[in-house]
Design a protein around this ligand. Structure first.
Ligand code: BES
Ligand code: ZN
Ligand code: ZN
Length: 492
């Protein structure tokens, strides 16, 4: 979908669908909706008083126009209550509008900027949210279906009649386009099956992406690099493990930030084999890796002059003949040794080597995101990612970024008591406990040992990376979480 901005009045713009909006409980259309033209304003007023239009968030009322307007149709999207409105509601409204566009087979959709025009929101932020909602809302994964893809809107035009606002709208729209497309790419990777997205495939994908985006990309063989922890996990699979490193090239400022994403392309659990129920879902265990790779693309396209590296450990977790076994002791790049209690707690092993490698590359701030524990889904559901770390300041900064993107995070503790859970008699620590609970925090505690004093945040995205029911602008399946928040965090 091509996104553009035009300095023109709604009454003059020719398109297949014009998207306008309305708050809940208003008696008359106001703002841009009110200025479409007089007869349309009267008509919408009638629909409000008759009760058809209530203005509830995401409500869609399609009106076919006749001679009055150059646009063939107008859709009035509900924004919900004015006092509850925020940028995330703008995304939901925009997704509702574009989905009507798809439904009526519109090629060119024009929209007003949701969240603009009533104060409170920066016009560039409102434009960004409108574009993000549209691109994310239009997303469809047709993967390997032989049937033709459903109709897609070709052109999205943000229409603004005040010439002075156009420059800022263009800036916001471009940011929204880059970020949302990156997020959709991440969703494609996560939704794709594990027989396609293997560690080798992912590494090639990263190389190709890096070339297109102007990033540096190195693919390392963990076995040859002393990365014993990731190697131990990969031993049960025929697919070779990879450690992918991406780096921004532009002249950069500020401390080096490392983004680390768990890249288990399929998690069978290893010898601690998972039950077969929903096992197919374990193709999503590389959602952290997908997000991090696409964030690198986005920050390069946004030309952010920041020193950012991504360290992406990639492997399958399979129960092959050479597999790691419970009770085994394995080393790591850092030299810290681990007693394996469950081979299904594999994510933290591969992240351990990635964290150590990031530190060796001079990272001053580390953010890791990983579909790490089922316990995080129990605690927070599909609604929020768990956030932990060793720096309150960093956690606060990350929470502020998440607030702006609508990708909810919720703090979980790293109490020092959890260290005892991991005490081992044969190694420096165990990789997990058996039945003592608090698995997200215990996972975080394991990683903390490798992060040490380097400021670090850990995001457990087990519940949020893949959703079983659609919400707002996101369909069932991969969400692309936390692409937007990571970009926002790097930007700020
Ligand atoms: N990949 C899983 C966690 C997961 C579960 C992600 C469901 C998404 C949906 C992870 O590797 C795992 O198996 N974790 C174990 C840890 C336990 C053995 C300490 C878990 O949560 O059961
Ligand atoms: Zn596992
Ligand atoms: Zn896993």
């Amino acid at each position: 979908m091509k996104v553009s901005v035009q300095n023109i009045s709604l009454t003059k713009f020719k398109c297949d669908l014009l998207v306008v909006n309305i708050f809940e409980k208003v008696k008359k259309p106001g703002g841009a909706t009110g200025v479409i033209d007089d007869s349309m304003e009267n008509h919408i007023t009638k629909l409000i008083s008759s009760g058809e239009i209530e203005g509830k968030l995401g409500e869609k009322t399609l009106i076919h126009t006749f001679e009055g307007l150059p646009a063939c149709r107008v859709v009035v999207i509900g924004l919900g209550k004015r006092e509850d409105f925020g940028l995330d509601k703008a995304r939901v409204a925009s997704a509702a509008g574009i989905r009507v566009g798809k439904q009526v087979k519109a090629k060119k959709v024009a929209t007003i900027i949701h969240g603009a025009g009533f104060g409170g929101f920066d016009i560039a932020d409102a434009a960004q949210a409108t574009v993000e909602g549209a691109i994310l809302g239009a997303y469809e994964f047709d993967g390997n279906k032989t049937e033709k893809a459903p109709h897609q809107v070709k052109d999205l035009v943000l229409v603004e009649k005040d010439r002075r606002k156009v420059k800022l709208i263009k800036i916001g729209a471009r940011i929204g386009e880059i970020v949302a497309n990156a997020e959709n790419n991440a969703r494609d990777l996560v939704n794709s099956p594990s027989n396609k997205v293997t560690p080798t495939y992912f590494a090639k994908y990263a190389q190709k992406m890096a070339k297109a985006a102007g990033l540096k990309c190195t693919v390392l063989d963990p076995k040859k690099r002393g990365m014993a922890a990731i190697h131990a996990i990969a031993k049960g699979s025929k697919e070779p493990a990879k450690m992918v490193v991406l780096q921004t090239r532009a002249s950069t400022r500020g401390p080096r930030v490392a983004l680390i994403g768990k890249g288990v392309t399929f998690d069978a659990g290893g010898i601690s084999l998972k039950p077969s129920k929903k096992l197919w879902e374990m193709k999503i265990d590389m959602a952290g890796a997908a997000a991090v790779a696409e964030v690198m693309r986005a920050i390069s396209q946004l030309k952010l002059k920041k020193d950012v590296i991504a360290v992406i450990p990639l492997t399958e977790n399979m129960p092959g003949g050479g597999a790691l076994k419970p009770g085994d002791v394995v080393s790591s790049l850092s030299g810290i040794t681990t007693e394996i209690i469950s081979t299904d707690a594999e994510g933290r092993m591969i992240l351990a080597d990635a964290i150590t490698y990031a530190k060796r590359l001079g990272a001053k701030i580390i953010v890791d995101c990983a579909t790490l524990t089922g316990g995080c889904i129990t605690a927070l559901g599909e609604t929020a990612s768990g956030i932990m770390g060793n720096s309150d300041k960093l956690i606060e900064d990350f929470k502020a970024a998440a607030e702006r993107t609508g990708e909810k995070v919720w703090p979980l503790p790293l109490f020092k008591e959890y260290k005892k859970y991991l005490r081992s008699t044969v190694a420096d620590q165990k990789n997990c406990t058996e039945g003592m609970g608090a698995s997200p925090s215990v996972g975080g505690t394991f990683l903390h040992k490798f992060a040490g004093n380097t400021p670090w945040v850990h995001l457990d995205i087990a519940g949020t990376a893949n959703i079983s029911i659609a919400k707002g602008y996101l369909k069932k399946g991969a969400t692309g979480v936390p692409v937007r928040t990571l970009v926002e965090f790097i930007k700020s």
